[in-house]
Ligand binder design. Structure first.
Ligand SMILES: O=C[C@H](O)COP(=O)(O)O
Length: 432
């Protein structure tokens, strides 16, 4: 193996978890359009005008991805929203404190639940939701720009791929899931790279894990046992609320959340009610999500928008805002079961909603693309999107997850070819 490459990897992997501005091929982070792409008229009376200085209308350009329609300050008169409800979780999943182990490598400490009852309130601003409108052409243009000029340089891809592993929600959501395949999933999550490859890359495998394992509610207990047996520090995530369609009563959806939490899930991936979104009943959707947030208790809530069923990008943006206003810790694109799942244009729209929400409220909500993400190339594109749209701060497991059932093997093959220079068949990789 090339010694220059090995020393490069050694240096790079020692820095895993740190931010490196130099790693995008672009010279500087693009802020083109940045300040102007969300509604400049969206100052609902929930927030202080002072918070939006960087969002003055004078700064708007004709290249907005999201535009504001209607009158400043207009409010949704169709729906009463309980704006005083205590609904919030803290703005981010608790950031793991990086500590140094004996070998000097970064070590993740357990992700603790938030004391969601005591934190700053989030409130509904349906006027903002109703006025927002996405410019499809601007979205298309921005994605073309990202794909043509802002890809991660080949020399840095190995580091980024390794870094992506800690952001994967390693998932199995199949009808035939059982204790044994969940145990295997946990083992893979705790040891995402084979020992040989880790040695070749000079990574201490014990220190690198996926962000979470994600299973159905009935398999949460199995996953908790599997993780505990391995002595690993990996949260168990559970889908809930009638995943993937959500087509059951609200009572049953809420009970399912409670069941998953009681079974040990620290993260709950709920699905939103698509009927309410398509009917523009944003207030009703908000109220449902608030109840789900409450049912999650101290577990984190990731809200799956099922974007492939939301009809258009404007609905994706509006649903993103409502989900964040209702206290979601993450917004997630898809269940993986829709015809259209995670796509970059949809991801861009959701990232812009996250950015706008952060600028208005100070809350940092995470992003989880999921569904059909299978290749290293896909991951590098999603990481580029995150870096360009939200910045390095968001490229951590606390704010970025990739939901995937069949991605890790491709990353492993890619890293192996970086280390060895050879090409590996999928079946040559351990635990494929
Ligand atoms: O949440 C995760 C998704 O269900 C995974 O989708 P996938 O099987 O297409 O990777």
């Amino acid at each position: 193996m090339c010694s220059r490459f090995m020393s490069y990897l050694e240096k790079r992997f020692a820095c895993l978890g740190k931010n490196g501005d130099e790693d995008c091929s672009s010279d500087e982070r693009s802020d083109n359009n940045d300040d102007n792409c969300e509604s400049s008229q969206s100052h609902g009376d929930s927030y202080q005008e002072d918070s939006f200085k960087s969002y003055s209308e004078e700064e708007s350009s004709g290249e907005d991805v999201v535009e504001s329609t209607g009158r400043r300050g207009s409010r949704n008169s169709n729906y009463e929203v309980n704006r005083s409800t205590t609904i919030g979780s803290t703005n981010t999943i608790a950031k793991p404190e990086a500590s140094k182990s004996a070998d000097g490598q970064s070590k993740r400490t357990p992700t603790k639940g938030n004391n969601w009852k005591d934190v700053k309130l989030r409130v509904a601003d349906l006027g903002w939701v109703n006025r927002s409108c996405v410019n499809d052409q601007a979205v298309k243009g921005r994605i073309q720009d990202l794909l043509s000029s802002r890809l991660i340089h080949a020399d840095h891809q190995a580091e980024w791929l390794a870094r992506s592993i800690q952001c994967i929600d390693l998932t199995t959501l199949a009808g035939d899931d059982c204790p044994s395949n969940v145990a295997r999933l946990c083992s893979k999550a705790a040891n995402p790279l084979s020992d040989n490859l880790a040695d070749a890359l000079h990574i201490k495998c014990g220190k690198l894990t996926t962000g979470a394992v994600c299973v159905y509610p009935a398999r949460v207990a199995d996953a908790c046992i599997g993780i505990e047996r391995l002595g690993a520090n990996i949260p168990v995530a559970s889908v809930a609320t009638g995943f993937p369609t959500g087509q059951t009563s609200l009572k049953i959806r809420l009970e399912e959340i409670e069941f998953a939490v009681q079974s040990g899930a620290k993260e709950i991936d709920i699905v939103i009610n698509r009927e309410l979104a398509l009917a523009q009943k944003w207030g009703e959707l908000y109220n449902e999500l608030v109840m789900m947030r409450q049912a999650c208790g101290e577990s984190h809530m990731k809200s799956i928008l099922a974007v492939g069923e939301l009809c258009n990008l404007t609905n994706v943006y509006k649903a993103s805002l409502v989900a964040m206003m209702a206290g979601s810790d993450f917004i997630k694109t898809s269940t993986g079961k829709e015809t259209v799942n995670a796509t970059l244009p949809i991801g861009l729209v959701m990232c812009r909603a996250i950015r706008a929400y952060n600028r208005k409220t100070g809350f940092k909500v995470g992003f989880k693309p999921a569904g059909g993400i299978r290749t290293s190339k896909d991951v590098l594109q999603w990481m580029t999107l995150m870096k360009e749209e939200l910045g390095d701060d968001y490229l951590t497991p606390e704010l970025f997850r990739i939901g995937a059932s069949a991605l890790l093997n491709d990353i492993e093959r890619n890293l192996a070819s970086h280390a060895d220079g050879g090409y590996f068949l999928a079946e040559e990789m351990p635990m494929a």
